[in-house]
Ligand binder design. Structure first.
Ligand code: NAD
Length: 441
């Protein structure tokens, strides 16, 4: 059951995909990779990128497909499919999360891996991009089954990961415990403890202070910067957050503490709305027990897609991809869209949001706080010297504010929206290092 390597697959340009095809019947829902590629193409054209370099940067370096045999608790043998896509290593080792979900596809992982390359370049940290996933339903698996799946997956991709090669992190339905299993499996194989082999670990195993909150904190930092541009105060700012997992719940907690007014939250089972503002600390206590926001008495229940269309200043999708498409983009009333999730907006929806004057803080900028503190974690592990939380948060803020300013200024200079500006800035940085290194033959 060894890994199947697909080197430099031939991902052809997408016929008929333009950034202008919005809201037409002809429009098909684009996949995550197609959305990435559509945006990449626009940015590459603006940059007048060399055609060979365009082809190279549009395509992942390596795609690993594994079929993982696992004995379930019933004693039955089951086989799970898993992926690890390494998009580009021009600026450093690959970096990117691993997600567990029943509907994960190679195409989705391919798109997210490329987005990781751009994200690391936007915040200017020395990593390339990767992403991994396993097709499984974590709700239906015991802790023991999840551990066996994680360890066998790690063993299958072991030759391709490591602190200098590719450093996994948590993503949807994976967490600190998953990272501890990966770190231990890797360490057992190489015969010594390698804490820098993954990030997002528990503190006692070489995790970084501030990592758990980092993505949500980063979302708040860039939202603060957007408010500054609009001359708006936090206390006048109503926020709706989709998703109440790692990113959504931490963003809600931090923004609530910072006196933003959180008027809506949702998770996969449903949404909650309260125009007067939700009591986030009490809601968080409720979620600890109930494992969902649904049923909380401090707000009215609302459909988890309808919640996106409510009147607010800031909409923060922090759940899953493609929740804002050409079908609902014209109904978005938020002034600022802070993309906590990866790829929550489809490429055709970009133009609609832009025309409506929504200030989009694109995912590769807005949620880069996670990978930034992962970078800090990797640095601390390699040094064996750990930083106080205040230092982590201060350095995170410095990087997020600089990246926000870089993207917005780049957009103003080149007269493009924030999304394309972020792509252009990132592609430009990666292309520069590729040119410096040259192509090994
Ligand atoms: P998570 O598994 O901790 O939480 C996901 C949340 O989204 C859960 O509350 C789930 O119920 C909810 N959800 C799923 N489908 C939904 C739907 N259709 N409608 C409403 N809610 C729904 O995952 P996470 O780590 O918080 O990641 C969320 C998103 O943020 C993902 O797109 C992930 O790739 C991205 N992201 C995460 C990090 C990180 O540090 N964890 C960093 C960058 C980006």
């Amino acid at each position: 059951m060894g890994p199947l390597l697909l080197a430099c697959g031939d991902h052809k340009p997408l016929a008929g995909v333009t950034m202008g095809t919005t809201g037409t019947e002809a429009e098909k829902e684009l996949s995550v990779y197609e959305c990435m590629a559509a945006r990449f193409d626009v940015a590459a054209r603006q940059l007048q990128l060399d055609p060979g370099l365009t082809k190279y940067l549009r395509t992942p370096n390596r795609e690993i497909v594994v079929h993982i045999p696992v004995i379930l608790d019933t004693g039955q043998l089951e086989v799970f499919d898993g992926f690890r896509v390494q998009h580009n290593i021009a600026r450093g080792p690959c970096k990117g999360g691993i997600r567990f979900a029943p509907n994960v596809t190679l195409d989705e992982i391919r798109g997210l891996a490329a987005e990781m390359t751009w994200k690391c370049a936007v915040v200017n940290i020395p990593f390339g991009g990767a992403k991994g996933g396993i097709i499984c339903d974590p709700q239906k698996l015991s802790l023991g089954e999840l551990e066996r799946i994680t360890r066998r997956y790690t063993a299958e991709i072991l030759d391709y990961i490591g602190p200098e090669r590719d450093v996994p992190a948590p993503d949807m339905n994976t967490n600190e415990q998953t990272m501890a299993w990966i770190m231990d499996t890797y360490s057992m194989h190489v015969r010594h403890t390698v804490t820098a082999s993954v990030t997002g670990k528990p503190l006692d195993l070489g995790g970084s202070r501030g990592r758990r909150e980092a993505t949500g904190r980063g979302c708040m930092i860039v939202t603060d910067q957007a408010l500054k541009r609009f001359g708006r105060q936090r206390q006048q700012t109503r926020v709706i957050i989709q998703g109440f997992g790692n990113v959504g719940s931490q963003a809600a907690r931090l923004m609530h503490e910072a006196v933003y007014k959180i008027i809506g939250v949702s998770d996969i089972l449903g949404g909650l709305f309260n125009a007067q503002g939700l009591d986030i600390p009490t809601l968080a206590e409720y979620v600890k027990e109930a494992k969902t926001v649904k049923g909380f008495k401090g707000g009215e229940s609302i459909d988890n897609m309808e919640i996106l269309e409510q009147d607010c200043e800031v909409l923060l999708p922090a759940a899953t991809e493609s929740v804002i498409t050409s079908k609902n983009a014209h109904k978005i009333k938020a002034r600022i869209l802070t993309e906590g999730a990866n790829s929550p907006t489809s490429a055709p929806a970009d133009d609609i949001l832009f025309e409506r004057g929504v200030f989009v803080i694109p995912d590769i900028l807005a949620n880069a706080g996670g990978v930034t503190v992962s970078y800090f974690e990797w640095v601390q592990d390699r040094q064996g010297y750990f930083w106080p939380e205040g230092m982590v948060n201060e350095r995170l803020k410095h990087i997020m504010v600089s990246a926000f300013n870089d993207v917005v200024r780049y957009g103003e200079k080149h007269n493009v929206n924030n999304r394309i500006a972020a792509y252009m800035l990132a592609i430009d940085r990666v292309a520069f290092t590729v040119k410096l290194r040259g192509i090994y033959a």
